[in-house]
Design a protein around this ligand. Sequence first.
Ligand code: NVA
Length: 369
Amino acid sequence: MSKIKTIVNSWNEWDPLKHVIVGKADGTCIPAPEPALDAKVPEDSDMRGQFGPRTKDTVDKANQLLDNFSNILIKRGIKVDRPDPINFNQKTSTPDWEADTMFGCMPPRDVLLTVGNEILEATMSYRCRWFEYLCYRPLLKKYYDDDPNMKHESAPKPRLTDADYRKDYLSDKIGIQKRLKWTEDKFFVTTEEEPLFDAADVLRFGKDLVVQHGFTTNLKGIDWLKRHYKDHRVHAVNFPGDPYPIHIDATFTPIKEGLIINNPQRKLPKEQRKLFENNGWEIIDSAQPAHNEPPPLCYSSTWLSMNVLVLDPKTVCVEKSEVYQADQLDRLGMEVIPVDMRDAYAFGGGLHCCTADVYREGELKDYFP
Ligand code: NVA
């Protein structure tokens, strides 16, 4: 009798990584203006008002870095799969909207959420990212065909009509103070019209899933996750100091069981810390980023310094130039693997963003009993 091979299994962010998807930069576009995206692009960004394919030399450089990162992982015995990019420089539409371009497939973490033996495609909340899941379908089909226990799920595709977005965010002159007040008041660009979430707003702690409520994930999205993951506890969290709250992985980063680094400008509120602290977990301020500015044409903040990929509870990949973050993790007893990725940041993020878990050794555990 042949033994069933488990291909998909991952319950948290730190168990030993054995199989991962690493994104590609091919054909990545700066997306055309649309309501949710405009709210996210920083007001002083060089990306405002321009869209279309990124230049060949920047794509080639980003791909070189992503290939090098893949090779580092492969050399450590980790299986690496890559997505199939589609033509992102084309118009897309549904009966409800049209978008001039798509985005890319450098950050699989934004789209795919692996919990146990299931990979869930997130709803997403930008029109330019509505079809991004197609890049991962060839891989998901293979996992599904080869592993009879693998579950491939897709959250309900949202309509993304104008009713999904608050008009207040359509101005490009809001200012940081007002943005911070709106974040504190949980007045985000996305409304509660329908469930919305990006996978990168979710962190996995075994039985508990911690989800950032912000621009890319609304309360209905979090409620959908609660109803979907019936055997889990799903917790909504907020980070009031972040004027552009999208994706949790440059804000709150679990390193191993019992230890989380938290962005000192975006501290988890006292009330929400209890879950961790009452169970003996330590939440410490992360180190400062090594840079004052993100690279050109980048959506993310300098806090991609915290966007690390944990390979196992003793080993972590940190971007090569992020010397303060590397030093902090080294002092915390981790083996730090420096990985050059800064010139790919503009394509969708850092080392955590550009990966998605397929298999980590280990079982479902309750860390917060
Ligand atoms: N909100 C994040 C996105 C990081 C993946 C930032 O700091 O840019």
